[in-house]
Design a protein around this ligand. Structure first.
Ligand SMILES: [Zn+2]
Length: 277
């Protein structure tokens, strides 16, 4: 699933390319991906100009100039692709196409079909996000070590790796980066929050920020088993930097121990039992 760095990459590309663009036409090939009546959706979006594209957690929000905002969740396999014109090879798994007045198009594809589009009044979005009880954005300045320590103290009995993935704890981290953060910080994914000392919390915090920032810079991760591509059709370059994700049975880059795979809250988790304590 695209996580913060991947969604952030797509968001920036969309914002650069679509800001100021006016929607001419929308084609919907798979109505179920829109969470409201298609007619209403088209009514409120066609003819509107795009004010800006932004991100909250793993969601992309497109603010329109008519007081409405589109909310897009890519879920497991959703892709948003920008093209100068509609290409034939992009028609497979294409469920929705935005046509702009400058002839460019924005295509939504989704093999697994869990991704969705929704529409909100822009003024109601804040309330919607509050209702969802989303955790803080880790790349915002307000996400300090103090804040992170406070959050951890409220979840003493949770294991650190699944906790990092909880959207109500911190927004945007998923299965890939949670594993990478634990490895980098030399912390076992099984550690309970209450057992972490000050130094360990500091290390997790430091590596969390470092990894997310680096991954954003490199356009996210396209792992071996995932078809992530950005809005320009490029793969994420952080894949080559992964230290534990999907490396079970291989040697640890740090201590040469063997990477093991365990299942934590239903998700495969790779780590090095020798150097992650
Ligand atoms: Zn190791």
């Amino acid at each position: 699933m695209p996580e913060l760095p991947e969604v952030e990459t797509i968001k920036s590309q969309l914002n650069r390319r679509l800001k100021g663009g006016k929607i001419k036409k929308i084609e919907i090939f798979l109505p179920k991906i829109i969470r409201l009546e298609a007619k209403f959706f088209i009514n409120k979006t066609v003819g509107a100009k795009i004010k800006k594209v932004w991100r909250r957690a793993k969601m992309i929000i497109i603010d329109l100039d008519n007081g409405y905002s589109l909310l897009i969740h890519l879920k497991l396999t959703g892709r948003l692709i920008l093209c100068h014109r509609l290409r034939e090879d992009y028609q497979k798994h294409t469920h929705l196409v935005f046509h702009f007045f400058d002839k460019s198009v924005l295509i939504f594809q989704d093999i697994r079909q869990f991704g969705y589009f929704d529409l909100y009044r822009t003024e109601n979005l804040k309330g919607f996000f509050q209702e969802k009880k989303l955790g803080p954005e880790p790349l915002k300045k307000s996400f300090t070590l103090k804040k992170f320590t406070e959050l951890l103290s409220k979840k003493p009995d949770k294991k650190i790796k699944p906790l990092l993935m909880e959207q109500n704890f911190i927004a945007g981290i998923g299965n890939i980066y949670a594993q990478e953060i634990c490895w980098s910080a030399k912390i076992s994914p099984l550690r309970l929050a209450k057992t972490l000392n000050k130094k360990e919390i500091q290390e997790i915090y430091r590596h969390l920020l470092m990894i997310l920032k680096k991954a954003v810079k490199q356009g996210g991760t396209t792992a071996a088993d995932e078809g992530y591509i950005d809005a320009r059709g490029n793969k994420g370059k952080y894949g080559s930097q992964l230290k534990v994700y999907q490396r079970e049975g291989e040697k640890c880059f740090r201590c040469k121990g063997i990477i093991e795979r365990i299942v934590l809250t239903g998700r495969g988790t790779a780590y090095c039992p020798r150097c992650q304590k």
